[in-house]
Ligand binder design. Sequence first.
Ligand SMILES: [Zn+2]
Length: 516
Amino acid sequence: MSGSGAKKIGRIAIGSVLTECNQFGGLPIEIERFEQYEYRRGAAVLQTPGGPVAGMLGVLKEAGATAVPLVVAATGPGGPLTKACWARLRDELLADLKAALPVEGVLLALHGSAVAEGDGHVDVDVEGEILKAARAIVGPAIPIVATLDLHAHVTEAMVANADALIAWETYPHVDTLETGQRGARMLLAILRGECRPTMAMAKVPVLTSGVRGATIGDDPFADLMRHAKSLEGRDGVLSTSVFLVHPYLDMPDMGSGGLVITDGDMPKAVRLAEDLAVRYWARRKDLEPPTWTPAEAIARGLKVAGGPVLLVETADCNGGGAAGDSVATIKALVEANVAEPALAMVVDPEAARACHAAGVGAAVTLQVGHKLDPRWGKPTTLRGRVEKLSDGKFQYTGGVWGGTWSSMGPTALLACGAAGNVKVLVTTLGTYDWADEQFRSMGLDASTMKFVVAKNPMNYRFAYAGIAKEALILDTPGPTPATVKHFKYRHRVGPWFPADAEIPGLKPRVMRGRTP
Ligand SMILES: [Zn+2]
């Protein structure tokens, strides 16, 4: 609104660094990864078509404010940013901010779980460093509002240097644009003197995967989110966020919990944030999914009438930064001698090349899997027949990539197992899993299968809704597992759930923000 009486808003700096890092797997993120996906500077920032930056830009435009562009960089998950990648992003973002001065406010669309290789023992807290450096540049009087993923690892540096932190409300994430709008509206309200955001974050050491973390239906995380959102907009509560910390980081003080922003009332912000953290702790056991070994899941699936039964191998989720080259479940399917049809996928450029060289119809014996990321298993011998070959191109039918084309690179369909009934899609490149587009591109229909291996923690629930007879969550080795109870964290210290089921005397750890 820019109606009469409203204070005229001037220059607002707007920038973004958005990616999620996995410190247990995934290839380090180079600057090229951002350039391939999204890397904008100058006027191009103002054309950002979607996501939080687009939401922020829309609100600023409506208010008649001038958006002053900083770097906008986004890419999919991977390992930590390399030193060089981080240095360039940071230096360009901060140089842009210095050049933008004077500004009335700063809007930053961040993730919260990005880390970078640094000089120290522990990796760099990317968002904390960005907010700290931005604060040093603009000084204490200029408001800084940042948006975060709800999987953020919220640190002291973030809470201490931002005036407001506002996270996505949905998982699967469908409100990134709206969250950008909420962030921009918060900044405008501060600048108009309508509120004095006062922020507290409280966390408990609960580290669980996203498997039970949807914000829809009766997932425990959905309950926590609904409760937090019921507090918003009344009794001086400006904003609430619930965080399920990305558990594949290894940073000090990792935890999940709640962040509350009140209008100038720190004791209330602390009390409500602590209450959210206590509620979070109370639901911890519901957030940890029951898991099966592949052999157990196959035995169980065989007792289910019909199919498909989904074998959910979340540990090898490409969209979470894993290589997609695990054969743990494929091996179990072959060893179980299942007579009914089964469908699975593995990334193995060498095996895909061998299939293409052998040609359709050829009998092959290949060592498959665990070559890109050998930390999680050994290749397995697959004997089979090359049934089909393709260039691997396919089109997403939904989700964040809906409508866009992607490629698995040269791909082969290998029929293995005793009766050739275990169909393995051997791909050259790892691809994000939305539904079953990769299978469909090879003429395969998941609904006719007894078993389908899905390598993601969440999307399978939508992709196979109404089709799957049952979904069994597997506990297999990999950098994105359904449970992190086996993980050995080096940097996060002290007891944590699920490694410790009970922690007597536990109190939420509270972080207080700036006091206006
Ligand atoms: Zn997320």
